[in-house]
Design a protein around this ligand. Structure first.
Ligand code: SAM
Ligand code: SF4
Length: 459
């Protein structure tokens, strides 16, 4: 595998918005012809295959709003709002468990948000007990049970409780340590809060901790971010996610409170990214891909070296594909060869559950072409390479015929030094690693259709 190379000119040339491919097809393609009946049919079929399960719970509440936030959340200081939501979530657990063979082991479990630890300790206990009552959780700590933690909403006792409940991985929202940046995005949190969580995480024996950082926030510079990185490296997380902040105030209302004049320009942003890669590499982290770094002895890095890395909605994983049952408002599930999404507002969610209906409002069943392209995109994102003979064997196609248009585009990328292309397949080169999203976009049929439509409109 090639070492990551930072090529500023290439990055600038290929700089265009694109999906992060947590799913393919992406959520934009989900449609409302897909509903609870389809889901029921697919759930029944999935029981015949009987692979392991993955459970996702969306806990949307946050006490205050971070101005950059693009997550699906409900801002409230009123802790009592959690109870009626959790009551519906418990009911959804019952409704979902009726559809599945619940002897299927739950290999992965994730609480995401919003802020999962907004709810009280008793509410956490009850949610996990309800889950355990209806699904087969693993009690030997071999599962990947993870939770997103906001350090302002967790102390030693919370961490101890989460471990007791079965969690073994944590991702911690650090974002930036600089006080001026924190003020500009309305996310004030002290280093002491983060250190306290980290100490407890180590003491109670969590398997792995990941930090979320964001570059491109207001008032950030290479200099300020270098101080943040020093502090991050000193805390020794096993994994890091370095997200790129995209300022889209028309789409995400809280971002309107960010002063656009304070945002670092494109050159400064690229310089921050370059510095971050250098600094983390120097500190011993390896680039896994798509914003993620890990220590070389972390399971993710080992799985990548062994060719056994996977990807799911929460990012990279060492566990093979499971059926994903997603619960809570806006949650996206993946059962058999389908994706499905729950309603996006709390009112709709309560209304559906109160009528004993699954709250699924849209989704998609993948056809043979979607499955083929999803496999390609996953291979590229996880392993930076793609074997054509393996693909031809698995899918019964001829790559040169099926992907004639794509191969022509890949040749241009080869000429630009992003990748190597021959009859055996694709190998992403060091300079192409940061542009892996662009390489995947070549295989995205829907993006191509959109581009063609736009082009047709222009003429
Ligand atoms: C659901 S939040 C994490 C949980 C918890 N609420 C917290 O903030 O610590 C997931 C992560 O998404 C990232 N994020 C949110 N909005 C973002 C944006 N506009 N651009 C880049 N990253 C973003 C943040 O790093 C955040 O930690
Ligand atoms: S970053 Fe986390 S705490 Fe902040 S608003 Fe978003 S979900 Fe809530």
């Amino acid at each position: 595998m090639y070492e990551l190379e930072f090529d500023k000119e290439l990055i600038r040339r290929y700089d265009k918005a694109g999906p992060r491919y947590t799913s393919y097809p992406t959520a934009v393609q989900f449609h409302e012809d897909f509903g609870p009946e389809d889901y029921r049919r697919l759930a029944t079929r999935s029981n015949q295959q009987g692979c392991s399960l993955s459970l996702y719970f969306h806990l949307p509440f946050c006490n205050t709003v971070c101005f950059y936030c693009a997550c699906s959340k409900v801002i409230t200081a009123n802790r009592r709002r959690a109870a009626p939501y959790l009551q519906r979530l418990h009911r959804e657990i019952e409704l979902q468990s009726e559809l599945f063979d619940t002897t299927r082991p739950v290999e992965q479990l994730h609480w995401g948000g919003g802020t999962p630890t907004f709810i009280s300790h008793d509410e956490m206990r009850e949610l996990m007990a309800k889950t355990r009552e209806h699904f087969q959780l693993l009690d030997d700590d071999t599962g990947e049970y993870s939770i997103e933690i906001d350090p302002r909403e967790a102390d030693r006792d919370t961490i101890a409780l989460l471990r007791e409940l079965g969690f073994n991985r944590i991702s911690l929202g650090v974002q930036d340590f600089d006080p001026a940046v924190q003020k500009a995005v309305n996310r004030i949190q002290s280093e002491a809060q983060i250190a306290e969580v980290m100490e407890a995480v180590r003491e109670y024996g969590f398997r792995s901790t990941s930090f979320d950082l964001i570059y491109g926030l207001p008032l950030q510079s290479v200099e300020s971010f270098s101080r943040t990185l020093d502090k991050v490296v000193a805390l020794e997380p096993e994994r890091l996610s370095i997200f790129n902040y995209a300022h889209l105030p028309e789409l995400f209302k809280p971002q309107r409170q960010i002063n656009a004049a304070d945002l670092p320009g494109p050159d400064e942003k690229l310089a921050i990214l370059k510095y971050t890669i250098e600094k983390l590499t120097e500190a011993g982290y390896v680039y896994i891909g798509m914003d993620h770094f890990a220590r070389p002895d972390d399971e993710l890095a080992i799985a990548q070296r062994n060719g056994t890395l996977h990807r799911n909605f929460q990012g990279y994983s060492t566990h093979a594909d499971c059926d994903l049952i997603a619960m809570g408002m806006t949650a996206i599930g993946k059962v058999g060869d389908s994706y499905s999404q729950n309603v996006k507002t709390m009112d709709e969610y309560y209304a559906r559950i109160d009528q004993d209906q699954l709250p699924i409002f849209r989704g998609l069943e993948l056809d043979a072409d979607d499955l083929l392209r999803r496999e390609i995109i996953n291979q590229l994102i996880c392993h930076f390479s793609l074997s054509f003979p393996a693909l031809e064997l698995a899918f019964g196609i001829s790559v040169s015929e099926y992907f004639a248009t794509e191969l022509a585009e890949l040749k241009a990328m080869q000429n630009d030094g992003l990748l190597q292309l021959n009859e055996r397949g694709i190998t992403v080169l060091g300079a192409g690693k940061l542009l892996i999203r662009n390489i995947c976009m070549v295989f995205d049929k829907y993006l191509r259709q959109q581009q063609t439509q736009r082009y047709s409109k222009v003429i």
